[in-house]
Design a protein around this ligand. Structure first.
Ligand code: 4AD
Length: 460
């Protein structure tokens, strides 16, 4: 059977599935004749008709084919992924029936553009639902997994959140800058540096753009960036990636309290903006029905109180070595997550000891053992933000380099910020994938990036 378009029909108007204002046929009333291009997402064959769910990246459209339209070679080999253009009348679905947006396309003609395999290679076989997202075959087929509703929804929410950050910063008059990825300094310790040969010199992939952001504030005011950061994490956990998207900001002429208030504000504003769009709000609801918008102020807790809290549980929450926590311990991922899940609120955990935090952090006046530092912890994921006030004094910074065994030479440009008009300033970095995992109820950050990079995984 060879299909021909019926030229006596009205000319079809090109549409995308996001367009909801197209006239629908109902009863005697004719609907608009449209042509829509996309891919088959699902199909259901009945005796009289074939039902296709079409996707075009903007939604789902139910399409009904009957008569000769179901009998072509193309139709008999329709498969998930087949790309085609369908022509027909848009109608309201009959009462008692459901379809996306309450409408369906009554197809009168179609042209297949690219067939997709319907045999053992079919998408449905390559990406079976039972497989877990940590399995290598699912990761190898990430390019096909992305065609699924869940993966696509997470990517859409991520896009909305990234835009909400950009909007929030613009509204707060922050300037966006774009620091380099090739660097010769470390920010967060040597153990997670990716080292490379840079035309004969030693260089690294950046761990954080913080030091560069600090150089922007004198002339640009508060600044931010959304760039990739790289960590050679040797551990396979559900919240560590080798390459992640880092939302970082630096605020000038602030104190620690200002920084904490700003963190509450940026997080709350971004969620508000994201959920103000009904399409995104519906995606979040579907992915994470239990998502609760945090209320301000967030719970605040000093590190030393967290240590007491862990020990006061019955039974006490122990370190990874199975011991009681003592002041100076790094609170490990498992303990931190248990605490956050039990408290079940966003927490601003502050004032970490000097020894377990980065070299640049400012010490608290009242207790020189601790820093003006903060981690934001969220139920389900744990830490999503790390931030602090920065050392202002030249000498103090030189001492910190010494303590950390850092050669000050490569840091001259950073150190000189203290020489040419220093200021009280601070900032933070937020892991976008962790934020998305929290908002979208994802078990791991791996499903929150397009193509996750972690230990032993660098493809597709
Ligand atoms: O706590 P971190 O290491 O802080 C910094 O890098 C600061 N220099 C940022 C700054 O002040 N501008 O990292 C900040 C956040 C973490 O809270 C976490 O959300 C995320 O970055 N992060 C990771 N996300 C995924 N995979 C990893 N391996 C990550 N390491 C950090």
């Amino acid at each position: 059977i060879v299909l021909m378009e019926d030229v006596s029909l009205p000319k079809a108007i090109k549409m995308k599935i996001w367009q909801k204002d197209i006239e629908l046929g109902e009863g005697d009333k004719k609907g608009t004749r449209v042509k829509v291009s996309g891919r088959i997402h699902r199909q259901r064959q009945q005796k009289q008709a074939t039902f296709l769910t079409l996707i075009d990246g903007y939604g789902h459209l139910q399409c009904v084919l009957s008569g000769d339209l179901t009998k072509t070679y193309d139709a008999l080999t329709f498969a998930q992924g087949t790309s085609l253009t369908l022509y027909g009348e848009l109608k309201r679905v009959l009462e008692g029936q459901t379809a996306p947006d309450g409408r369906e396309l009554h197809v009168d003609y179609y042209v297949v553009i690219g067939a997709s395999p319907s045999d053992a290679d079919a998408i449905t076989n390559r990406v079976s639902k039972e497989q877990d997202p940590w399995e290598s075959s699912m990761l190898d087929s990430r390019h096909l997994v992305l065609r699924g509703d869940n993966a696509a929804s997470v990517m859409k929410v991520r896009s909305a959140v990234e835009w909400a950050f950009a909007k929030a910063y613009k509204d707060m008059r922050f300037t966006k800058i774009s620091p380099p990825a090739f660097v010769q300094t470390q920010v967060e310790g040597g153990s997670t540096l990716f080292e490379l040969d840079y035309h004969g010199e030693k260089a690294y992939l950046t761990q954080s753009s913080q030091l560069y952001l600090e150089t922007g504030i004198p002339s640009l005011g508060n600044v931010y960036c959304i760039e990739k950061s790289f960590r050679a994490e040797k551990s396979l956990t559900r919240r560590h990636l080798s390459e992640y998207t880092h939302v970082e900001a630096e605020l000038d002429f602030v104190d620690f309290e200002d920084l904490l208030t700003h963190l509450e504000e940026i997080i709350s504003t971004v969620i508000e903006t994201t959920l103000a769009d009904p399409v995104t709000a519906a995606l979040v609801k579907e992915l994470n029905p239990g998502f609760k918008v945090p209320t301000r102020p967030f719970k605040r807790m000093r590190y030393s109180d967290a240590i007491d809290w862990l020990n006061a549980q019955d039974p006490p929450i122990l370190t990874d070595k199975g011991e009681r926590h003592v002041f100076g311990d790094d609170i490990a991922e498992a303990a931190e997550r248990r605490m956050t899940d039990i408290i079940n609120l966003p927490i601003l955990l502050t004032h970490f000891p000097v020894e377990i935090k980065a070299f640049y952090m400012k010490k608290e006046e009242a207790d020189r053992r601790v820093t003006e530092s903060v981690d934001v912890l969220m139920p389900g994921v744990g830490e999503i933000v790390g931030g602090s006030m920065r050392m202002e004094g030249y000498e103090e910074l030189m001492e910190a380099y010494k303590r950390e065994g850092i050669a000050p030479k490569e840091y001259y440009w950073y150190t000189e910020q203290r020489k040419y008009g220093t200021s009280p300033h601070g900032g933070y970095g937020l892991g976008l994938e962790r934020f998305i995992a929290w908002m979208c109820g994802q078990h791991s950050v791996r499903t929150c990036c397009l193509y996750p990079r972690f230990m032993n995984r660098c493809k597709p």
